[in-house]
Design a protein around this ligand. Structure first.
Ligand code: ZN
Length: 198
């Protein structure tokens, strides 16, 4: 929060005659902590499915909030829309339909790929994701569905595709982005000072 001093001509309320040159001054506290495009937002969230099962939470492990750059598709569209215009300190539940979340699940079964097609030494676990090249040359994100002996099953469904998502969110911070964060379209850590190369 910041305090600004407002200096303006006297209010022209009914019955009040504006005297030229007459001003009033008052202090007003305004919030610069609104969730809007091109700001880095810090959120704590717990994600549950329709059954109430916790799928993910920022309060796990280190318990650090998740930073994201608002308006840059860092998070699922339904959650981003639900947070737009909210303020630091707001707590809310955002329900996200599959089409505004991780997509509608399609029926194509996971495709088997020999283990040897993957780099050696990489431990393959369910839900890991990779980008592979589709026949049209476009990169497609695939997810490890299961690993059976020498065969890895790859699914183009996101593990959370088809699920209605319930985000219990608290907005814990809003800050201006560093220029490199805007350029990259994502935040570089909570403070923005983490360096990396693309
Ligand atoms: Zn970056």
């Amino acid at each position: 929060m910041v305090t600004v001093v407002i200096r303006a001509p006297t209010l022209n309320t009914p019955g009040h005659v504006v005297v030229p040159g007459e001003f009033y001054e008052r202090e007003k506290t305004v919030s610069l902590e609104v969730v809007e495009a091109d700001k880095v937002i810090l959120i704590h969230y717990t994600l549950t499915d329709d059954e109430g099962t916790v799928l993910d939470s920022s309060r796990d492990d280190e318990g650090e909030p998740l930073p994201y750059l608002h308006g840059h598709q860092n998070i699922v569209p339904g959650l981003e829309a639900g947070l737009d215009g909210k303020k630091v300190g707001d707590k809310l539940v955002v329900d996200v339909a599959p089409e505004d979340g991780y997509g509608v699940r399609h029926d194509e079964p996971p495709q088997p790929v020999p283990r040897e097609a993957f780099p050696e030494g990489v431990e393959l676990e369910p839900e890991m994701s990779f980008f592979v090249e589709a026949p049209n040359g476009q990169p497609v994100q695939v997810f490890v569905a299961s690993v059976e002996d020498d065969v890895v099953f790859l699914d183009t469904n996101h593990p959370l595709a088809g699920k209605t998502l319930h985000f219990d969110v608290e907005i814990v911070g809003v800050r201006e982005p560093h220029p490199s964060e805007l350029e990259h379209g994502h935040p570089h850590g909570i403070e923005g000072g983490e360096h990396h190369h693309h």
